[in-house]
Unconditional design. Structure first.
Ligand code: GAF
Length: 379
């Protein structure tokens, strides 16, 4: 990928720029808890967005996406927003840096990636944090701290891409560390790295290749449900709610809102239980909690789909230790924790059975926990 980026950059713009990369993410457990001030347990992976970037002494950005095979050119004022949705991520990063008093001048860029799109692996956070990291380095002497870089990515989603996401994806993408997951408290942003080296086990993603776009999905609606319940309870976020509090207002809220909040309250406890189980090497408990999360996401939060439920059923039938939908839902991947010895058999069977039922094979990704945003090469 890097060679191709360098070749195209020099053909389009001449010479060379710095090369930066940032990663997609997995999340072991803690789904839809981030925007409720709860805990998540993500890590960056070895699938990246990589960009070659160089200031151009103009007041405009010229950028080429290799994967989409499109070029965009835009200025740096609010009214200069590009029409292409992929370019709005980059424009949003520029604007959010500027809004915080940071500097962004014109630049040329070429980028590509291998984070599968719409698979729940957060390709958009990888793109955002790659550019946020790069523009901090190129125009701000790295004076913007990493917490702010993650928030710049999140605000880009809110203000330029129509997704009211939490902070998990951008945080994992910026703070990712090779071989480690991180337990992140999304309210305080306190985080602790956990070495992830489960002896005898591994993580495998099964991508249903059912595409979702969070922007057009009911993701924002889920968040609104949670906020309505929190407001009714007189608390800032569901982080501070428990089942007794929720049951006490059950008659005053819609059944839908009740079940959304119930999932979030239960999921909060599951993340903490999984962190402890992981430290104790108790993978059976980790797996059990993953299945409970899937059940909750499917029945109470209603962000699954038939394909993902089927993948979960096959995993359970085959003795996979833990399996669940990963990410926002409405398509994408399941994440599976399984003994090494079951890996090949599971992969072969899940592919053939899924193909038989839905007419296409899922994609399989073996998870490698890697670093997040970084400078790859200086020009
Ligand atoms: C998406 C969002 F971007 C995250 O903020 C998070 O809410 C996740 O869905 C669900 O846990 O990836």
């Amino acid at each position: 990928m890097q060679n191709k980026i360098e070749k195209i950059f020099s053909e389009r713009f001449g010479g060379e720029g710095n090369i930066y990369a940032s990663a997609g993410r997995i999340n072991l457990i803690g789904e839809h808890t981030d925007y409720n001030g709860g805990f998540v347990f993500p890590g960056a992976i070895d699938k990246v967005i990589m960009a070659e970037i160089r200031p151009n002494d103009m007041e405009k950005v010229r950028v080429f996406s290799i994967d989409i095979d499109e070029y965009a050119e835009f200025g740096l004022k609010e009214e200069d927003a590009p029409s292409q949705s992929w370019a709005r991520y980059i424009f949003g990063i520029c604007r959010e840096i500027q809004k915080r008093g940071g500097s962004v001048k014109g630049f040329d860029a070429v980028f590509a990636g291998n984070v599968p799109l719409g698979a729940g692996l957060s390709s958009s956070a990888a793109l955002e944090s790659c550019f946020a990291f790069a523009l901090n380095d190129l125009f701000n002497g790295n004076s913007i701290d990493k917490f702010e870089l993650a928030k710049i990515g999140q605000s880009t989603e809110h203000n330029y891409c129509g997704v009211n996401c939490g902070i998990m994806d951008q945080f994992a993408s910026v703070f990712g560390k090779e071989g480690h997951l991180m337990r992140l408290d999304c309210r305080s942003l306190e985080h602790e790295y956990y070495p992830f080296n489960p002896e005898g086990y591994r993580l495998v993603l099964v991508d249903s290749r059912v595409k979702h776009e969070l922007k057009d999905s009911p993701y924002n609606k889920r968040r609104e449900s949670c906020e309505r319940v929190a407001k009714r309870l007189g608390i800032e976020t569901l982080r501070d709610a428990d089942m007794d509090m929720l049951n006490a207002i059950k008659g005053d809220i819609s059944a839908e809102d009740y079940f959304r909040a119930k999932f979030v309250i239960e999921e909060k406890e599951r993340v903490l239980a999984v962190c402890d189980a992981l430290v104790a090497g108790d993978y059976e408990t980790v797996g059990k909690k993953m299945y409970e999360t899937h059940e909750g996401l499917s029945k109470d939060y209603e962000v699954s789909c038939v394909e993902l439920d089927y993948l979960n059923d096959v995993a359970k039938e085959m003795g996979v230790t833990g399996s669940r939908i990963m990410g926002g839902g409405f398509g994408g991947c399941t994440i599976n924790l399984l003994p090494n010895a079951l890996h090949d058999k599971f992969v072969a069977e899940v592919c053939s059975r899924f193909n038989e039922k839905y007419g296409h094979e899922p994609m399989i990704y073996d998870v490698v926990i890697s670093d997040g945003a970084r400078l790859v090469k200086k020009a």
